[in-house]
Write a protein that binds this ligand. Structure first.
Ligand code: ACO
Ligand code: KIV
Length: 506
């Protein structure tokens, strides 16, 4: 196995995605998580660009101990000084400097001749090398650069002391075979290439960033520049979690490994997604909601017979709980039977067939069938009573000089239950009134309230766990009024308890 260095640029290229900006403390939090993940190099930012960027790079350098800290710089002394000054305190630091090399960038962006670009490269790498022991150089837009010229620029960068040469596919233009060929050619043509490590940095404009990265690593590149969740300019960069798991799962043919603790992948992905407010698509590889979920009957049957029929890695290997067998309109009898058994709903084969038919009717109308739906389906078929409870009416009164009081009206398919009670506060009064109305005593085991929408009119969501006669049930309720949300959650939990009583064997 040969080792691939993982260079994470979430905090630099990733942060360049519109909407992904993080403040200094957030960047530090991500950097510390990247260190936990086992990333070899953390590109902490582009320090010349603002005082806050500079501060973030500095703070990260002072706090991260086990990863090299890199900072980006154009080929100017001012940028290189900012990079060197910001990361100087890191245990291991690296200046990453770059110059555009492609004709279109040279002519229209830099307005420089090829010879001038070579001189910019020479001076920048030399200057950076005087300020930092480790220098990485990137010829920006390498994949649209004339091959001879590209090789010349790389040769000069190595002469001046760059030990990591990055070959960026800046605009996501290349395809896997072409990119592998480019890496092979550079390895064969640049005379001093043995003094440097080749790195790859792929953008996803054609959805090929991960494929191109793997192809280049297979051709001899030994550093991959990647971001968590694939965030980055435009369509993003190659996703760290996808590259790492591709190398891991296919080590049989690639013979490459990384130092990443793959069990930290999911946590890292969720942390970033929540922090910057970029939701992860359900079908995203490795970390998406559906990556280890199976709804179709044939797949569920296969999975229940042998996990590897439809999964090439375990959810645990990337830090997730378990495979999910999701019930929906595509599910078959095997998956349905298994879920009922897991819920302790024991019915005979004849009843199972009837329940499955009822399930399919609901599944045709509903995207996903939750456990609660299963209880309802089965209890409607074989239960004896009542259906779900609904809180129809809630009135409460409280204040700092009066005794909190609540009145409730609850109904099921057969009856209406009404009662009133006092309590230690409005929520307690509502819970006691509900218990009285339903003639039940429930112990409140857990009670959580959270705002699910922002602002003064926020929707509050309440969840409770109650215990009745040694059996627990959960309930949820939401409303702009927190007492109402709580009462709904309590009624919902009692309702689930009643369904459980009807269909679950002790
Ligand atoms: C491919 C990449 O991802 S490269 C990284 C891109 N990231 C960013 O740009 C984010 C941070 N950038 C910034 O904060 C700002 O753009 C700064 C501070 C770097 C520069 O800001 P400004 O001085 O106002 O210049 P502006 O961004 O408008 O234009 C870029 C300038 O850099 C020059 N430039 C671009 N790349 C390089 C380079 N590698 N070396 C030297 N100069 C360069 C351009 O020619 C242009 O020069 P000009 O001002 O003389 O015309
Ligand atoms: C600075 C370089 C590596 C870059 O981000 C790119 O070319 O995409």
């Amino acid at each position: 196995m040969e080792k691939i260095q993982i260079f994470d640029t979430t905090l630099r290229d990733g942060e360049q995605s519109p909407g992904a900006s993080m403040d200094v403390e957030q960047k530090l939090e991500i950097a510390l998580q990247l260190e936990q993940l086992g990333v070899d190099v953390i590109e902490s930012g582009f320090p010349v660009s603002s005082p806050e960027q500079f501060r973030a790079c500095k703070l990260i350098s002072e706090n991260v101990k086990n990863s090299t800290i890199a900072a980006l710089a154009r080929s100017t002394e001012k940028d290189i000084d900012a990079a060197a000054d910001s990361i100087g305190k890191a245990a291991r630091s690296r200046i990453h400097t770059f110059v555009s090399t492609s004709p279109i960038h040279r002519e229209f962006k830099l307005k420089k001749t090829p010879q001038e670009v070579i001189e910019m490269t020479r001076k920048a790498v030399r200057y950076a090398r005087n300020r930092c022991a480790e220098v990485e150089f990137s010829p920006e837009d390498a994949t649209r650069t004339e091959l001879d010229f590209l090789c010349k620029v790389l040769e000069v960068a190595i002469e001046e002391g760059a030990t990591i040469l990055n070959i960026p596919d800046t605009v996501g233009y290349t395809v896997p075979d072409e990119y592998a060929q480019l890496i092979t050619t550079i390895r064969n043509r640049v005379p001093n290439i043995d003094k440097a490590i080749l790195s790859v940095h792929c953008h996803n404009d054609l959805g090929l960033a991960v494929a191109n990265t793997i192809s280049a690593l297979n051709a001899g590149a030994r550093q991959a520049e990647v971001t968590i969740n694939g965030i980055g300019e435009r369509a993003g960069n190659a996703a760290l979690e996808e590259v790492v798991m591709a190398l891991n799962v296919r080590k049989d043919i690639l013979g490459l490994e990384t130092g990443i603790n793959t069990r930290q992948l999911y946590t890292t992905s969720r942390m970033l997604s929540t922090m910057i407010g970029f939701p992860i698509p359900r079908n995203k590889a490795i970390v998406g909601e559906n990556a280890f979920a199976h709804e179709s009957g044939i797949h569920q049957h296969g999975m229940l017979s042998h996990r590897e029929t439809y999964e090439i890695m375990t959810p645990q290997s990337v830090g997730r709980d378990t495979t999910r067998i999701v019930l929906g309109r595509h599910s078959g009898m095997h998956g349905f039977r298994k879920r009922l058994a897991e819920l302790n709903i024991i019915i005979n084969e004849e009843e199972l067939k009837r329940a499955y038919e009822a399930f399919l009717k609901v599944a045709d109308r509903k995207k996903e069938i939750f456990d609660e739906d299963l209880f309802t389906i089965v209890s409607e078929q074989f239960g004896t009573t009542t259906g779900s409870l609904v809180l129809e009416y809630l009135q409460f009164h409280s204040g700092n000089t009066s005794v909190p009081t609540a009145t409730v009206r609850i109904k099921d398919q057969q009856e209406i239950y009404e009662e009133a009670s006092t309590g230690d506060g409005p929520v307690d009064a509502a819970f006691r009134a509900i218990e009285r109305a339903l003639d039940i005593t429930a112990t409140l085991i857990e009670y959580n309230v959270q705002a699910v929408t922002p602002g003064k009119q926020a929707m509050g969501e309440t969840s409770v766990i109650i215990e009745i006669d040694g059996r627990r049930a959960t309930g949820r309720g939401s409303s702009t009024d927190i007492v109402e949300a709580s009462a709904k959650a309590f009624v919902n939990a009692i309702s689930r308890y009643r369904l459980l009583q009807e269909v679950v064997h002790p």
